[in-house]
Design a protein around this ligand. Structure first.
Ligand code: ADP
Ligand code: MG
Length: 313
């Protein structure tokens, strides 16, 4: 039997929704797309983002602190861990059900709570940029800066929001467990908004940061020696001159071409830029590695070469 193609699939925001009921509905659709790939003969590892979910958990924990003075503030790393468990629970349940519905009984599903080591000297810590949680008034923002050591920023006239650092992932702490689980045929959900930690001797200290899922899944794909990294998002393909009259959708790009487009500024920072960077990084890391950027519902077509934007050497 031919060796299965190994795929790391990175789920974007729209694969999970923003609220509990939205996520419950979204994971059913997401599970269908993932099991489609399994039926195509692929071995799939699932990674995902967690922006809205970690924001929600963070808000809930702040409310708890306000309600009960005995409750200290919850570190962001703990909020990330909570969001991983919450998303993993919904995903693993939906995947299990979809596999059973299709008569696939030999693929167990599990979520690995994943810590991702970052460098404490990463310059991102000096320039927190990722907004998280709800908007608050200037007065509340001042209180949060004083009491919780938060960095608060005014956000385009809509109020103040906490901003946190988004350092580059350096190491996936649980990688050998993840590898063992994948190699023995489990469908693994991992690295979903990796819990950022820094190393202090044998101690891993939670960092006040969030990790970009595009970079975390790229590292996961490299570490698992995957054949494909599929980054799912809200567009079917990546474009040059996005949103302009001369917009051109890309089907197939080499690493060199993509790097040129990056320097020409075709990809918006904060959205498509990190995806293209992660795709290029993965494709350039070893011959035969391919990255794809596409829509969730197009992932099967993309793996068959019918759509999406493909990055290769
Ligand atoms: P995700 O939750 O999947 O990370 P983002 O909103 O961060 O989604 O990024 C995807 C968005 O990037 C697309 O919906 C699109 O609006 C935007 N985008 C910016 N530049 C481009 C481009 N050059 N080609 C395609 N989409 C682009
Ligand atoms: Mg994004």
């Amino acid at each position: 039997m031919a060796k299965k193609r190994r795929i790391v699939i990175a789920l974007g925001g729209n694969a999970l929704g923003n609220t509990l009921p939205e996520q419950m509905a979204a994971v059913k659709i997401t599970a269908k797309a993932i099991v489609d790939l399994i039926e195509e003969g692929c071995e799939v590892v699932v990674a995902h983002g967690n922006g809205p979910q970690v924001g929600m958990v963070n808000n809930a924990m702040i409310a708890l602190t306000h309600e009960d003075v005995q409750q200290p503030n919850t570190p962001l790393s703990v909020c990330v861990a909570m969001s991983q468990a919450y998303i993993g629970y919904d995903l693993q349940n939906a995947l299990r059900e979809e596999l059973l519905n299709r008569g696939i009984f030999d693929i167990p599903v599990a979520t690995m709570i994943t810590q991702v080591r970052v460098d404490e000297n990463d310059p991102a810590f000096q320039a927190p940029s990722k907004p998280i949680g709800k908007f608050v008034t200037a007065k509340q923002a001042k209180m949060m800066e004083e009491n919780f050591d938060y960095v608060m920023k005014e956000d385009s006239g809509r109020g103040y929001r906490r901003v946190v650092a988004s350092p580059k992932p350096v190491e996936i702490v649980e990688i050998s467990t993840i590898r063992t689980m994948v190699n023995s045929g489990n469908l693994v959900i991992a690295c979903g908004g990796g819990i950022p930690v820094t190393r202090q001797g044998n101690h891993l200290k939670g960092a006040s940061a969030v990790i970009d899922k595009d970079f975390a899944s790229c590292l996961l794909a490299k570490e698992l020696d995957a054949d494909y990294l599929i980054i799912l998002t809200a567009v079917e393909k990546v474009a040059l001159n996005f949103g302009k009259p001369d917009e051109t959708w890309l089907a197939d790009v080499s690493v060199e071409e993509a790097q040129r487009y990056v320097t020409e500024g075709h990809f918006a920072v904060g959205s498509m830029f990190t995806k293209v960077e992660a795709a290029v990084d993965f494709a350039a890391s070893k011959p035969g590695r391919t990255a794809l950027i596409t829509l969730l519902e197009k992932s099967r077509d993309a793996i068959q070469g019918k759509t999406g934007t493909m990055f290769h050497q």
